[in-house]
Design a protein around this ligand. Structure first.
Ligand SMILES: Cc1cc2nc3c(=O)[nH]c(=O)nc-3n(C[C@H](O)[C@H](O)[C@H](O)COP(=O)(O)O)c2cc1C
Length: 186
């Protein structure tokens, strides 16, 4: 592989949001590849602190109902627009992967957060091989609330670090802008 190849994969990786999803269902093999590649992320002492929960079909419908229940209980004034956005999730989204952290306590917690970031980046980059499917990491949707942790079956020391939404897309976006890198050479 050439440096230009990996640079291209990294630079053209984009977040595609639920409003862009067309309702197509991704093959199970794609989701398995995302998760298997996430598992190759680096982790200090190879603690591999991630735990993924995949929602598809009817389980996504149940998850969406739970998200709505939690969000409206926390904010009874939740806008109609926000409510319909949540209600529409099962029609638009193909799969939802809950991103969970099960700390090992063998390394500092912050190191395990770093590993999760690397794991999700592996998912993102793997998804960039696809023209018809995209996805994004969301830390909204009742992420890490006690109710969501209970629903996901997480223990007190575990953390819920958001969801990775995957869906079919008609228009793959690749262009973006980054400010100049912050770096010092000594
Ligand atoms: C930890 C993390 C949490 C994020 N949470 C959200 C979110 O809650 N809602 C959202 O629209 N995008 C979320 N994003 C996606 C960012 O909006 C997106 O990465 C950013 O706009 C840059 O776009 P790009 O991924 O296409 O380069 C999240 C990204 C990360 C890394």
């Amino acid at each position: 592989m050439k440096i230009e190849d990996i640079t291209n994969i990294i630079e053209t990786r984009r977040s595609h949001f639920a409003k862009e999803f067309n309702g197509s269902i991704a093959p199970k093999s794609l989701i398995e590849n995302l998760i298997n590649n996430a598992n190759w992320a680096p982790s200090h002492k190879l603690t591999m602190p991630w735990h993924f929960i995949v929602f598809e079909g009817n389980s996504m419908q149940i998850l969406t109902t739970k998200i709505l229940e939690i969000q409206t209980s926390k904010n009874p004034e939740l806008s109609a627009e926000k409510i319909s956005k949540i209600k529409n999730i099962p029609q638009k989204v193909s799969h939802i992967i809950a991103i969970c952290l099960k700390p090992s306590f063998n390394v500092p917690l912050w190191e395990e957060y770093c590993s999760i970031g690397a794991a999700v980046q592996n998912m993102y980059l793997t998804l960039n091989t696809q023209n018809d499917f995209g996805g994004y990491w969301t830390t909204g949707n009742a992420t890490n609330t006690q109710e969501m942790k209970n629903y996901l079956g997480l223990e007190e020391t575990h953390e819920h670090l958001g969801f990775f939404f995957i869906g079919g897309i008609n228009q793959k976006r690749t262009l973006a802008h980054r400010n100049a890198v912050s770096v010092e050479w000594k």
